[in-house]
Ligand binder design. Structure first.
Ligand SMILES: [Fe+2]
Length: 216
């Protein structure tokens, strides 16, 4: 376990099954790549940004195609989250958003600058990027708006395959930088976790599910 003021990191490579790289790449190849509109309530993009181009493997597909990852989310990673936070942690009960994959292909995609609705976020990297880019950028200022402001005073996390980090994405705006190499691929699992003081049912904005899934 490695901690700094903003993140706690675990190397969980030994939890992965044989053939995990192929599994992850096959799932990522089926990601939905498109311009995603800014997320209501949670976006911290600058006012002129209406869409961000990126890829997403939805929660239901993660469950079906990567059952070992779904199981880790609900068991072993839960234990690590509790260790990192020093209190009991719960996974999402709603399987539409508990664990998803974010995918960036080439050097034009990035991930939206936003805050999370859940109090604890787990981010598990599946790729390395020797050419650079793809860093998770976490603002130190909770009021930062837009990637430029976040960059001004931030914690940087470079992706390392097998590294699982926990951080407070509810308080601190964050985004993922574009990759440098045009043939590079970044794959990361994003996991929602909850605490007793900030449980799932009370912290998720009303209307967010409607926006994302067309249903409450
Ligand atoms: Fe987030």
């Amino acid at each position: 376990m490695l901690t700094d003021s903003r993140t706690t990191t675990f190397d969980v490579t030994d939890q992965f099954p044989a053939g995990w790289r192929e599994d992850i790449r096959a799932a990522a190849a089926k990601a939905e790549f498109r311009d995603f509109p800014r997320t209501p309530f949670l976006s911290r993009e600058a006012a002129d940004v209406t869409h961000v181009n990126r890829g997403r493997v939805h929660a239901i597909q993660v469950q079906q195609r990567l059952p070992w990852l779904y199981k880790l989310y609900r068991h072993r990673f839960l234990e690590l989250a509790s260790l990192a936070w020093g209190e009991p942690i719960e996974p999402a009960l709603d399987d539409r958003y508990g664990i998803v994959l974010n995918v960036q292909r080439g050097n034009r995609m990035r991930f939206e600058c936003h805050v999370d609705s859940n109090p604890v976020t787990g981010l598990l990297f599946f790729t390395d990027h020797p050419a650079g880019g793809g860093e998770l950028v976490i603002a130190r200022d909770p009021a930062a708006v837009g990637a430029d402001e976040v960059e001004r005073d931030c914690t940087l996390v470079a992706p390392r395959a097998g590294h699982l980090i926990f951080f407070d994405g509810k308080a601190y705006p964050h985004y993922a930088r574009t990759l440098v190499a045009e043939d590079d691929l970044r794959i990361a699992a994003v996991m929602n976790f909850y605490t007793r003081s900030c449980p799932e049912e009370s912290t998720r904005p009303v209307g967010l599910n409607q926006h994302l899934f067309g249903a409450s």
